[in-house]
Design a protein around this ligand. Structure first.
Ligand SMILES: CC(C)(COP(=O)(O)OP(=O)(O)OC[C@H]1O[C@@H](n2cnc3c(N)ncnc32)[C@H](O)[C@@H]1OP(=O)(O)O)[C@@H](O)C(=O)NCCC(=O)NCCS
Length: 420
C-alpha cells in the first residue's frame, strides 16, 4: 500500500460475511471446561451452515483460529473442524494465530483468498478453551534432574510477554499511568460493559447470535465419532456466564490484580467458547436466498511497542480508515476488544471515539475473551448491531499481546438503501 502506514492494509470490493453464530461464553473451569476446542469449533461450524442454509459442500477453504494447544489433536484442529462439519474431504484447512487478533486475521485471510480468486466461500472459525491450556514442559523428553522441573501453567505464561517482561495486565497499567486513567474511570467503563451486556441479553440481541451447547455426537461416515459431553446433570448451556449485575460500589471493592487500576472486575473475563462465520464472494452471495450479514470493506494490522500492546487498536483503526478513505465520523459502531478497561479507555480517548458508539452491547469485560474466538465474535456482533441500528459502517478491532493491533471495516449495505 502506498501510504504512511507501516503495516498491512487491504481493501475489498467483492467480499461478504454471509452469516455468523457463536457458543455462549463460559467462565473458565466451568461448564465448557473439559470440552475440546475442536468440538466447540465443529459445533459452531455446523450451526453456521444450519443457520445460513449454506451447504458445507460449497466451501472451498477452511480457516480456523486457535491459540492454546488445548487438546492432544491440536495439530489437526482446522482439518477436523472441516471434516466433522461436513466440508468435503478434498477441501484444505489451515490454522491462524495472531493472539487476540486471531479471529479478525482469520476473516482477513479468507477475504484475501477470495480476492485472489482461490475460492468463492470460506468457513472461518475461531475457537478457544482457556480452561484446557496445558500445564507442560519443553525440556523433559530425556528426563529431568531432581529439583529442575520446568512444568508451567500455560494460561499464566501466555499472558506474560517476556520480551519487555510485562504481563498483559501490567501493560494496561503502564497505559493507565501514562494517560492518567483512574480506578474510578476504569470501574465506570467496566460497569457500562456489564450493564450494556445485560440489556443486550434482556432484549435477546445476544441470543440472536448464540447457539446453545448440548451433549452431542459429531459423526462423519468412515471416521471415528466425537462430540461434546457437558458435566453431569447439565443438559444445555445457552447464555454467557460471565455477564452479571456489577454495581460500581461492588466493582470498587475488588482488589487490584496487577498493582494498579485493573481488577478481576474490570479486566476481560477468562472464558471458553467458539464463533464461526462464512466469508464469500459477491457471486456466491447473489446465488443465496438470504441477504448477507455485511460487506467486508477493509482490514489493517500494525505493530506497536509490546510494553503498551493495548494501544494497538488506535493505529490499526487509523490505518483501516485511511485505506478505505473514510473518516471516523462516518463510522456508526465500533467494537474494540476490552482486554482491560484502562486499555480500551485509552483507545477511546486517543481516537476521540464517542462512547455511545463503542461496544454498545457490552464487551469482553462482561462477555469474556476466549482469545481466538473473540475476533469472529466482534465481527459478527458488529455486523448484527449495524443491521439492528440501521447503521452503515462499523469497525471491529483488537489489541494483540506481543504488541500489534488489528481492525476490520464492514458495511451494512441495506442501510444505504434505507438512507438513500
Ligand atoms: C484480572 C484477572 C487476573 C482476574 O482473574 P481471576 O482472579 O481468576 O478472576 P475472577 O473472575 O476470579 O475475579 C476475581 C474476583 O473478583 C470478583 N469479580 C470479578 N468480576 C466481578 C464483577 N463484575 N462483580 C463482582 N465481583 C466480580 C470475582 O467474583 C472474584 O472474587 P473472589 O476472589 O471473591 O472469588 C484475569 O481476569 C485476567 O488476567 N484477565 C485478563 C486476561 C488477559 O490478559 N487476556 C488477554 C488480554 S491481551
Amino acid at each position: 500500500m502506498n501510504s504512511g502506514v507501516r503495516g498491512l492494509q487491504s481493501q475489498y470490493d467483492d467480499i461478504w460475511l454471509v452469516d455468523g453464530v457463536r457458543t455462549p461464553f463460559a467462565d473458565y473451569n466451568t461448564v465448557l471446561g473439559l470440552v475440546s476446542p475442536i468440538d466447540l469449533g465443529i459445533k459452531v461450524a455446523r450451526e453456521v451452515f444450519r443457520h445460513s442454509g449454506v451447504s458445507p459442500e460449497s466451501v472451498g477453504s477452511v480457516v480456523a483460529g486457535n491459540m492454546a494447544q488445548a487438546c492432544f489433536d491440536a495439530y489437526v484442529l482446522p482439518r477436523h473442524i472441516g471434516i466433522y462439519s461436513g466440508v468435503p474431504v478434498e477441501v484444505p484447512a489451515h490454522l491462524v494465530q495472531r493472539v487476540c487478533g486471531t479471529g479478525i486475521e482469520a476473516i482477513l485471510q479468507a477475504a484475501d483468498s477470495i480476492k485472489l480468486g482461490r475460492t468463492e466461500l470460506a468457513l472461518v472459525v475461531g475457537t478457544e478453551s482457556m480452561s484446557r491450556n496445558p500445564v507442560a514442559a519443553y525440556t523433559h523428553r530425556g528426563g529431568f534432574r531432581m529439583g529442575q522441573v520446568e512444568f508451567k501453567d500455560f494460561l499464566w505464561e501466555a499472558l506474560l510477554d517476556p520480551c519487555p517482561n510485562v504481563t498483559m495486565g501490567g501493560s494496561a497499567e503502564t497505559l493507565a499511568k501514562r494517560y492518567k486513567i483512574s480506578r474510578e474511570e476504569a470501574d465506570q467503563f467496566a460497569g457500562d460493559s456489564f450493564s450494556r451486556a445485560i440489556a443486550a441479553q434482556k432484549s435477546c440481541f445476544l441470543s440472536g447470535e448464540i447457539v446453545p451447547v448440548v451433549n452431542e455426537t459429531f459423526e462423519r461416515e468412515g471416521y471415528n465419532a466425537r462430540g461434546i459431553r457437558l458435566p453431569k446433570k447439565v443438559e444445555s448451556f445457552s447464555q454467557d456466564s460471565h455477564v452479571r449485575p456489577s454495581p460500581l460500589e461492588v466493582l470498587a471493592k475488588l482488589p487490584p490484580a496487577f498493582g494498579g487500576v485493573q481488577t478481576g472486575g474490570n479486566s476481560s473475563g477468562i472464558v471458553d467458547g467458539a464463533a464461526a462465520t462464512l466469508v464469500a464472494s459477491s457471486e456466491f452471495v447473489r446465488k443465496q436466498n438470504k441477504p448477507p450479514l455485511a460487506k467486508v470493506v477493509a482490514g489493517a494490522v500494525v505493530g506497536v511497542p509490546p510494553e503498551i500492546m493495548g494501544i494497538g487498536p488506535v493505529p490499526a483503526i487509523q490505518a483501516v480508515l485511511e485505506v478505505s478513505g473514510l473518516h471516523l465520523d462516518q463510522i456508526d459502531r465500533v467494537e474494540i476488544n476490552e482486554a482491560f478497561a484502562a486499555q480500551t479507555l485509552v483507545c477511546e480517548r486517543e481516537l476521540g471515539l464517542d462512547h455511545a458508539k463503542l461496544n454498545v452491547n457490552g464487551g469482553a469485560i462482561a462477555i469474556g475473551h476466549p482469545l481466538a474466538a473473540t475476533g469472529v465474535r466482534l465481527a459478527v456482533t458488529l455486523a448484527r448491531e449495524l443491521k439492528r441500528s440501521n447503521g452503515r459502517y462499523g469497525v471491529a478491532s483488537a489489541c494483540i499481546g506481543g504488541g500489534q493491533g488489528i481492525a476490520l471495516l464492514v458495511e451494512n449495505t441495506q442501510a444505504e438503501t434505507v438512507r438513500g
